[in-house]
Each structure stands twice: as structure tokens, then as C-alpha cells.
Design a protein around this ligand. Structure first.
Ligand code: GUN
Ligand code: ZN
Length: 450
């Protein structure tokens, strides 16, 4: 490993076991290795070389500053939540007894309407950013609400607590049974422009706006067209929902009779780009998946939500076979858990349920699911040139995991290697095992105020 910048200063050095995914390998375990992070938060080197004196001379750090990971500890990339409704966090864990369209009108829209009140927004958004960071979500792709000022506040809070985030002001101009919870299409366009301009003006290093049509049934053709134009002019990310529930499919057919499929609706309005992430996709046909592949659009798989509100079961294997980018999402609060560890477990459960239905189904492995939660998520958000694994030059977004903490949820036993320890963490671990969280080299958990 060469030091290419004489001015590079090393801010952190870790020594021990590192676990990550590479484009070729779902889980690569680097034993007895040393990883250095520069003062711009980027990974400067990762080296098997145990000659730390040589490394310290080469990179100019003190060997006494090395953070040594213990026997039951490892470092892994931060987890990526590719789909979460920050605004629905207030009722997560409740209200899961109705199917999607009724659920939206009964629980979701009335709560989202309350974010006109910035004090209410500040309380919930502070809690969701802190909770997800504690759970190891270093990058979150957020839906806020239709309110521009509260959506800007969510961006401010993500920046303050140090989370990497895409933040979307929600756009919807029709088919809400809660009359106060929608905008006219012209207001929606104007407010989206304002949201983008004001958020970009803040120059937060790791928080960016994402164009957010709620889903086709909530948007007129005129609004979808405007949003496609905004996204293409600004080259910003786009997020929405697609093909989550069967009644929704019927509704989309009725509302957009000229479109061949649900995917065709978004394609028609230029909303499928290589910076697009669509949640769910449970009922996408192979023909639609081909369009996702061709446009470079991604799917956010949200298994907790899919099961909790009885929407469907996405065949992730089929999506991957179509070479469509896929990451995991919590979809709080259709999904009740704000943890990507939970999303990994539900992804495995759903894959196993599909195998029970059809023994020919090739069940996902825990290694593959680890990849989806980290590198896969970064690919789904087109951020894989910046985050997702421990490649030199990427930002250091990482979790320090300890599976053996007093009174913790995991018992580890002598002789268990890193692969077993990783599997135990994925299946049994929780935020108590995530002892430190880093985003772009900055330690954000434990919180400075605790
Ligand atoms: N489709 C449109 N809006 C939503 C939402 O808030 N949650 C879920 N799960 N699906 C949606
Ligand atoms: Zn959603």
C-alpha cells in the first residue's frame, strides 16, 4: 500500500477483524488487519501487514493510537436503509391491521398532516435519526411529508447527528381521503423546487434532496411529468413506491389505462433513472424487471412491511437474477422495526417461506443478505463509489460490533470463528452490540451528549 499524498493525516487506526462485501464476494473476512482513516474521513489503507511500526512510519501515526479490536469484535460497513418514512416513526409498532390503501387513509395521512407543526416534527425527527444511527444505519433514504419546512428540518437533524441521508419532501396532489393532506400540483412543483434549492444551499456534506412522488395513485399525470423534469434537470435521486399490494395494482390500472404496466407509468414520466429507488416491487413481472435493469433503477426490499400489512412476498432471487440493483429498507412504519438487522432477518424469512412454497426456490444465504444490507444498499442508492465496503478511497462509514457484551443478547463460545460470530450478530444482535458508529470518519455513536 503506497502513501500517495504526503499531506494525508491519519485520524483513526483500527487493528483486528474486518468484515465486508466486495463485488465478487458476499462476505470477505480480513483477519489480523490494520485499517487507517484519514482526516477527511476516507479509508486511507487496509493492510494485512502486521508490521505496524512500518505502517506507522509510512503513514505517520503513533502506534499507541491504534484501536485494538477484541476477540469477539469486528468492524463492518455501516448499514444502508434504502426506504424509511421518518414521519411515520411516531406510530411504528402499531396500526398494522389494515391493508395498504386503507392503512394510508386511516393511519398514515392523518399523522403525516401533523408535520405542519415544526415542534412535533422536531421531536419525532430527532428520535428517528438517533434511533436509526444507534441501530447502525449510517445511510438513510427518507420520506418526510408534504411540508417543505419540516422536510428541511429533517435534513438539518440528519446533518447535526451525522447521518448520511437522502431526504424527500413528499409530493401528492390527488386521491387522499384526508382533504388537508395533499397539495395542488402547482404548489407541489413550486415547493419541491424550494425544498431542493434550500437544502442544497445548506451545503451539508452528506445530506442531499431526493425527488419524491409518493406513488402513482397519489400523483396526477401533470405532477409526475413535472417531477420527472425536475429530477432530470437536477440529476437528483428519485424515490417512490411500486407494485406493493394487489389492490394498488388494480387502482393503477384504472388510473393509468394507457400504460402497459405499473413500471410503464414511471417510465413514461422519466422517473426511472440510475438514481431511482422504488420500494417493494412484490408483483413486478419479468418484463418490468427488464425495464428496471435497462434503466439502472433499483428496488428497496422492505420485508417487515410486506408481511406486517400483508402486501406480498418479493422474490429477491428473481430480482437479482435479472441483475436489478436491490437494497433493504425498513419502510417504517408499514414495517414496525427501525433496524436493518431486522430487515435482514425478514429477508431471510421471506426467502425461506418462498422455499417452503416451492422447494426449487434458491434460498438466500445470510452472507448474501449481509451484502444487501451494506454494499447492495449503496448500489441501490448509486452511492457505491463512495460507501458500502472498506475499499481504499471510500468514506469510512462503519460499525464497531462486539458480540460479547455483559448481559447482551448473544452468547459466544470459545472456538467460534468470525463467520459464526457474524451470523450470530445478524440473527441475534441488536443496538447493544453496536458499540461505535462512524459516518465519513466521524464517530457519531455513542452520541456526544450521552
Ligand atoms: N405507498 C404509498 N405511500 C406509502 C407509504 O407511506 N407506505 C407504504 N408502505 N406504501 C406506500
Ligand atoms: Zn414506504
Amino acid at each position: 500500500m503506497k502513501r500517495n499524498e504526503t499531506t494525508t493525516r491519519i485520524a483513526h487506526v483500527f487493528r483486528g477483524t474486518f468484515v465486508h462485501s466486495t463485488p465478487q464476494t458476499a462476505v470477505e473476512i480480513l483477519h489480523n488487519s490494520v485499517l487507517g482513516v484519514d482526516d477527511e474521513g476516507k479509508i486511507a489503507f487496509i493492510d494485512k501487514d502486521q508490521n505496524v511500526t512500518r505502517l506507522s512510519k509510512l503513514w505517520g501515526f503513533e502506534t499507541s493510537d491504534i484501536k485494538q479490536l477484541g476477540q469477539y469484535e469486528f468492524l463492518m460497513p455501516g448499514m444502508v436503509d434504502t426506504h424509511i418514512h421518518a414521519s411515520q416513526y411516531s406510530y411504528s409498532g402499531t396500526a398494522l391491521d389494515l391493508p395498504l390503501l386503507e392503512w394510508l387513509n386511516t393511519y398514515t395521512f392523518p399523522v403525516e398532516a401533523r408535520y405542519k407543526d415544526l415542534d412535533f416534527a422536531n421531536n419525532i425527527y430527532t428520535k428517528v435519526v438517533r434511533r436509526t444511527l444507534k441501530n447502525g444505519t449510517t445511510t438513510a433514504c427518507y420520506f418526510a411529508t408534504i411540508h417543505t419546512d419540516a422536510s428541511l428540518l429533517l435534513g438539518e437533524l440528519a446533518d447535526k447527528f451525522g447521518q448520511r441521508a437522502l431526504v424527500g419532501k413528499v409530493c401528492m396532489d390527488c386521491n387522499s381521503e384526508v382533504p388537508r393532506y395533499k397539495e395542488s400540483s402547482s404548489d407541489c412543483k413550486r415547493e419541491t423546487d424550494r425544498f431542493i434549492k434550500e437544502l442544497l444551499k445548506k451545503e451539508y456534506p452528506n445530506v442531499k434532496p431526493v425527488v419524491t412522488p409518493r406513488f402513482a395513485p397519489s400523483c396526477s399525470a401533470a405532477l409526475l411529468s413535472d417531477l420527472g423534469e425536475i429530477a432530470n434537470n437536477t440529476k437528483l435521486h428519485i424515490q417512490s413506491h411500486i407494485s406493493e399490494n394487489k389492490e394498488e395494482l388494480k387502482l393503477v390500472k384504472r388510473l393509468f389505462p394507457d400504460c402497459r404496466s405499473y413500471t410503464d407509468v414511471y417510465l413514461k414520466y422519466n422517473l426511472l433513472t440510475d438514481r431511482t429507488v422504488m420500494a417493494h416491487g412484490c408483483y413486478l413481472t419479468d418484463e418490468e424487471l427488464k425495464i428496471f435493469h435497462e434503466t439502472g433503477s433499483a428496488i428497496s426490499h422492505c420485508p417487515n412491511s410486506n408481511i406486517s400489512i400483508c402486501s406480498g412476498m418479493l422474490d429477491v432471487r428473481n430480482v437479482l437474477n435479472h441483475k436489478v440493483k436491490l437494497g433493504l429498507g425498513t419502510d417504517v412504519a408499514g414495517g414496525y422495526s427501525p433496524s436493518i438487522l431486522d430487515a435482514m432477518r425478514r429477508t431471510l424469512d421471506t426467502s425461506k417461506a418462498l422455499t417452503i412454497q416451492d422447494p426449487q426456490h434458491q434460498t438466500l444465504t445470510f452472507e448474501e443478505v449481509f451484502r444487501l444490507a451494506t454494499l447492495g444498499g449503496s448500489e441501490a442508492l448509486s452511492l457505491d463509489d463512495q460507501i458500502g465496503n472498506f475499499e481504499v478511497g471510500k468514506d469510512f462509514d462503519a460499525l464497531r460490533v462486539n458480540v460479547c457484551i455483559p448481559d447482551g443478547p448473544i452468547d459466544a463460545f470459545p472456538g467460534e470463528g468470525p463467520k459464526v460470530i457474524l451470523e450470530k450478530f445478524l440473527n441475534l444482535g441488536d443496538d447493544r452490540n453496536i458499540t461505535e458508529v462512524y459516518v465519513a470518519g466521524r464517530q457519531v455513536v455513542p452520541f456526544p451528549d450521552t
